[in-house]
Design a protein around this ligand. Structure first.
Ligand code: SF4
Length: 321
């Protein structure tokens, strides 16, 4: 059963130059205990989707249509007050850049306690403190450090503390937005291993956002590949990674080295992502696609299930449309 079901989510940012069409027709689901990766180049709409799920878009962001069903309840129909109850208790987010997400003048433990007490006023301060210490232990930090300040923690520890905060109210779903971006590769690997272990241990559902496909391949069971605000390809990770159908996914995968396979020159996807103030008509990838056809410049391809649990939006597969 799906914990989260997103249907036809469409988000714009209002700017003086006109609306930026940041995400259009986004549909995917996450089952209980499953992890889903959201991948794509910077600016493709990954973080917009994450912030829309939490209803934390910046002021200029507008959700124009769609549904975000969490356990069967459409979050877009909730009042702000109801939504505040959902955040952290049902769904939480680990933001990128741990130093920016933590308040430097409050102790780490107090910040975790605040998250708990905001959602559960019945719990005493002592219980909260105990829970905060246990959460720190769960993410591999000495519980004695509960009274430490963010500047006394290393980058990896701060990221772990943020994960502990995200777990404070036992949410069903955790969104991790580029959780290891600011960390060196060793610490990044430790943080990702931690997320994977916690997912197994707590039977959590997880959405992991990353531009790094190798991280998603290692961590997630399913993957959504986004391009310029649309879903290009979506499905089970082994299927998408071993038999990519969309020319963009194929290009992305060729840009990553294989440490086990033969040595070969890496290629990149030529060109630049489009300006979403005025995206290309039809398939948004058409200016960069080596297989572009006339129809691609006129008609936006729908997302179709070409193989079991493997969806693609591309006119190269017309007989299935
Ligand atoms: Fe390329 Fe056309 Fe497929 Fe878009 S729809 S990826 S332009 S072949």
């Amino acid at each position: 059963m799906s914990v989260l079901e997103v249907k036809d989510l469409t988000v714009n940012y209002e700017t003086k130059r006109g609306p930026v069409r940041a995400a259009e027709g986004i549909s995917f689901s996450v089952k209980k205990g499953q992890s889903l990766g959201l991948a794509g180049e910077s600016g493709c709409g990954k973080t917009t989707v994450a912030l829309s799920l939490m209803r934390l878009l910046p002021k200029a962001g507008r959700i124009l249509k769609g549904q975000i069903n969490l356990d069967g309840r459409n979050l877009l129909n909730l009042t702000d007050r109801e939504m505040r109850q959902v955040r952290w208790r049902d769904m939480s987010i680990v933001f990128q850049g741990a130093m920016n997400a933590l308040d430097p003048v409050y102790k780490i433990g107090d910040q975790i306690i605040e998250a708990i007490r905001t959602h559960d006023k019945e719990v005493s301060k002592e219980e909260c403190r105990e829970r905060a210490a246990k959460l720190l232990e769960l993410v591999g930090i000495d519980p004695e450090r509960v009274d430490g300040y963010p500047h006394e923690f290393s980058g990896g520890m701060r990221q772990r503390a943020l994960i502990a905060m995200a777990l404070a109210c036992n949410p069903k779903l955790v969104i991790a937005d580029e959780p290891g971006t600011a960390l060196d590769v060793i610490v990044q690997a430790q943080v990702l291993r931690l997320m994977r272990d916690l997912k197994e241990k707590l039977d959590l559902s997880m959405i992991l956002i990353s531009h790094d496909l190798s991280i998603i391949a290692e961590t997630c069971e399913r993957v959504v590949i986004m391009y310029a605000g649309n879903i290009a390809e979506y499905g089970s990770t082994p299927s998408v990674f071993h038999e990519p159908l969309h020319p963009y996914t194929q290009g992305l995968l060729q840009a990553f080295p294989d440490i086990r396979g033969e040595r070969k020159r890496l290629s990149s996807v030529p060109g630049q992502p489009p300006d979403l103030l005025n995206p290309p008509v039809g398939c948004r990838f058409n200016p960069r696609c080596p297989y572009v056809m006339d129809v691609c410049k006129k008609v936006q391809p729908p997302l179709i299930e070409l193989r079991p649990d493997h969806y693609v939006a591309c006119h190269l597969y017309p007989d299935k449309m």
